[in-house]
Design a protein around this ligand. Structure first.
Ligand code: COA
Length: 367
């Protein structure tokens, strides 16, 4: 059975930064309260033309470049997001087109802030089963588009961004090890976007009552998160046959510094074992773990051979943890750079559209 190694990683965030002080100009809040209650100082917010697909594509190109592969080598693209471009088509397919990943299947995965952990596990299992060799995992969010900017209990928390991993099959032991995935739908109402789906399709009433925005019971989510983070970390570590002391780093979902501190207390581990960068990005939901990973590697906190656990929680309710032996990039002898594919992917997409029109004109059959 092949192993699934993380061989590429990348991130992308919008240019625009919104500080706590900026927020306090249009909503009744202040920098002191936000820092003390959450640890967040600022977040990035998508501007015009920046969407979950564009951010996801930028992060994916970085990851592909790091792995030294071509977009055409991808067999599967899994995009975890709670802020997809549309209900359908899947954001993964839009990214597939922007990458020119002409040999890849593509689908979205919805498990909120735990989604990246679920998605890595699905990709790794597909590799281990032998059905695919190279998988792109993307976590991308523009939750700022679903936030009620008048609701101070939620609008201070979220930021936009994307992260991506490339997983590759190898006979060399290591890579993705134990993973646990949990859910409890009985707590679904604690964090939701009530309208816009089949239960409450968008209407004048849902619009006027703000049902298309994020609704949250912060206290319940906080209690749930502090209960599950340490437990899931222990489960994934044990499943991998490791002990907690062997872990070089824990990369938690970046929702609230106090939640991460509670997890550290639960695990009886010092805070310097935990990667934290939510002060600069806020809660980027499913993108927070890959963004934190990219910065952990760049700052030298995560090195090849290190044992690491990713742990997250979110709407659903969902939670989970995944242990991995960090592989580092594999040397590539490719002459073509993946970023050269960007203009080619655009041209390919236009040509495919033109061909479809011509096909309809010359070979179309009436209904
Ligand atoms: N700025 C200033 N004051 C605020 C505020 C804000 N943005 N939001 C709430 N307050 C006030 C409240 O009005 C309340 O004032 P009062 O005591 O005078 O009534 C006080 O601060 C406490 O508010 P409360 O909502 O009870 O705070 P809390 O202890 O539940 O903390 C969160 C709020 C959001 C920080 C906390 O619940 C949390 O982090 N929950 C988890 C959320 C999360 O991680 N969600 C994403 C999951 S993926």
């Amino acid at each position: 059975m092949p192993y699934a190694h993380i061989t590429g990683w990348g991130m992308a965030v919008p240019q625009k930064v919104l500080t706590n002080d900026d927020l306090s100009k249009f909503v009744d809040t202040n920098d002191k309260w936000i820092r003390e209650m959450t640890g967040i100082h600022e977040r990035h917010i998508a501007g015009e033309g920046e969407t979950s697909a564009t951010l996801g594509t930028d992060a994916a190109y970085e990851a592909i470049k790091m792995a030294g592969i071509l977009p055409t080598e991808l067999d599967l693209i899994i995009c975890s997001t709670s802020s997809p471009e549309h209900i359908f088509p899947a954001t993964a397919c839009l990214i597939q087109d922007k990458l020119g990943a002409s040999n890849a299947g593509a689908f979205d995965l919805s498990a909120a802030c735990s989604g990246f952990i679920y998605a890595i596990n699905m990709g790794a299992q597909a590799i281990k089963s032998g059905s695919v060799k190279t998988v792109l995992i993307i976590g991308t969010e523009t939750l700022s588009r679903f936030v009620d900017w008048k609701d101070r209990s939620t609008c201070i928390l979220f930021g936009d961004g994307a992260g991506a991993f490339v997983l590759q099959a190898s006979d060399k032991p290591g890579g993705i090890m134990g993973c646990v995935m949990h859910s409890d739908g009985s707590g679904g109402e604690f964090l939701s976007v009530p309208a816009g789906g089949s239960a409450h399709p968008a209407s004048e009433i849902t619009l006027h009552t703000g049902q298309h925005f994020i609704h949250m019971n912060g206290k319940e989510v906080f209690r749930f998160a502090t209960r599950v983070m340490a437990q899931a970390t222990i489960e994934a570590t044990t499943k991998s046959g490791w002990k907690e002391e062997e872990l070089a780093l824990i990369i938690p979902h970046q929702a609230n510094l106090r939640i991460i501190e509670a997890a550290a207390r639960g695990l009886k581990m010092p805070m310097d074992k935990f990667m934290v960068n939510l002060d600069r990005y806020g809660n980027t939901s499913t993108a927070s773990i890959p963004i934190a990973t990219v910065e952990a590697v760049a700052s030298g906190r995560l090195k090849a051979g290190d044992k690491v656990v990713f742990v997250g929680f979110g709407a659903g309710l969902t939670w989970g943890a995944l242990a991995a032996e960090w592989s580092g990039p594999v040397p590539s002898d490719h002459f073509i750079k993946p970023e050269w594919f960007r203009p080619w992917a655009r041209l390919r997409s236009i040509l495919r559209r033109i061909l479809r029109i011509l096909d309809g004109i010359f070979f179309g059959r009436g209904a």
